[in-house]
Write a protein of this length. Structure first.
Length: 183
């Protein structure tokens, strides 16, 4: 790669997952969650972005909890005010995300990877990831989704004229308001 090329998510090597318990020891006995989710091998180190401190802190806390596969911590981070995790789903966000992961949908890896991308400001003034979740996504915004979504899905978003994939919203005060996909 030359100095003027921007690395993509697929070019960065993933850090190995850190075990949460010793061999023969259950995760519950250590007081830590088991690292069994799609984000377990990812890094929680996010690129620096120009964000208000409460937003940057919440973004980092979300990434750390997702990489640790700590569903309860994620739900606690989301518990302030109204939080949207599904259109039409019920129950807790933690249970929803566990079920998504068990069904083979890499929802926590998607969460971390989207937080690595540039953000936009949405119509409500939230900081939102990815930048493709904006009124007029640029060709570069669409390209940044490569490695998270396949080419067919990205082409579908572009044909629709809007990004309908997973998106994350944090208020300027640092309240995590949504991590949801769809219309």
């Amino acid at each position: 790669m030359t100095a003027d090329e921007t690395p993509t998510l697929t070019e960065a090597p993933a850090e190995p997952a850190t075990p949460t318990s010793a061999p023969g020891e259950s995760p519950a006995s250590t007081g830590q969650p088991a690292a069994e989710c799609s984000a377990a091998g990812l890094s929680s180190d996010l690129p620096v972005q120009e964000l208000p401190e409460p937003v940057a802190d919440k973004r980092q806390a979300i990434a750390r909890a997702a990489v640790a596969c700590d569903y309860e911590e994620l739900e606690e981070l989301a518990a302030v005010g109204r939080f949207t995790f599904s259109y039409g789903g019920s129950g807790s966000a933690a249970d929803f995300w566990r079920d998504e992961e068990k069904a083979g949908r890499d929802v926590l890896a998607t969460l971390v990877r989207l937080l690595e991308l540039p953000h936009a400001r949405n119509e409500a003034g939230f900081y939102a990831w990815p930048s493709a979740y904006s009124e007029q996504p640029s060709p570069r915004d669409w390209k940044r989704l490569e490695g998270i979504y396949d080419d067919e899905m990205i082409a579908s978003f572009r044909r629709n004229g809007s990004y309908l994939g997973h998106r994350i919203g944090i208020t300027p005060q640092g309240e995590w308001q949504f991590f949801v996909a769809g219309d």
